[in-house]
Design a protein around this ligand. Structure first.
Ligand code: HMH
Length: 208
């Protein structure tokens, strides 16, 4: 059977649900998250995005030319996102030179390991990582300041369109890849779902 991104979210529905529904998000929506918990997530997510940008570079290096436009746009957006993270950290007087927590370090190792996966598996992982944030931040519904800015960044329709473009590209790669790359894609999708869940949990191990 041909694997698509949509199939993966149904096949691993439980794991995916744990990636996109989490008390952290519900507590941002109800504004009951503590500043220390939110700030911990913020600093760790900045560190995550620096590694995710490297992953994007590796993906670009193996992508077919027809997929470059979307990926280059994504890399440009990551540049803006890193600048924005630095501003948010300054507003909150947070030190971005903080150690990566275990869940973040495991995520970083996973992203580095993707460099030896077939293109289809890398494209699925890249889509899944962005799709997880798009769905997670959109699901709780509109948020109040200061969390609205975060919910809009990843939950917006614009970001959703970018995620849909990544999904199309990942589906094309799956279609063009062999059965081995499809099996690897399943494995990486499941791993992304698990790592996303652990990343939300990490906010409660306050370090910021
Ligand atoms: C942990 N997953 C995590 N952080 C992010 N910023 C994204 C996904 C989306 O880029």
């Amino acid at each position: 059977m041909l694997i698509t991104c949509k199939n993966l979210t149904t096949e691993y529905r439980l794991e995916w649900d744990r990636a996109i529904r989490h008390p952290f998000l519900a507590e941002c929506k109800s504004a009951s998250i503590t500043p220390a918990q939110f700030n911990t997530w913020l600093v760790q997510d900045y560190l995550f995005v620096t590694e995710f940008a490297r992953m994007a570079g590796r993906l670009l290096s193996v992508a077919p030319v027809k997929h470059m436009d979307t990926l280059l746009g994504g890399i440009g957006a990551l540049k803006d996102e890193l600048i924005w993270f630095v501003e948010k950290a300054q507003e909150r007087a947070l030190d971005l030179c903080t150690a990566t927590q275990k869940a973040g370090a495991d995520y970083r190792k996973f992203m580095a390991s993707l460099g030896s996966e077939p293109y289809a598996a890398q494209a699925v992982a890249f889509w899944a990582i962005e799709a997880a944030y798009n769905q997670a931040w959109r699901k709780p519904g509109p948020m109040s300041p200061p969390y609205d800015e975060f919910a809009v960044r990843w939950g917006s329709e614009n970001f959703g369109e970018y995620v849909a473009a990544l999904e199309n590209q990942a589906n094309e790669a799956l279609f063009e890849g062999g059965s081995d790359s499809q099996a690897r894609a399943k494995h990486v999708f499941r791993t992304v779902a698990e790592l996303e869940n652990r990343f939300w949990d990490m906010a409660y191990q306050v370090t910021a």
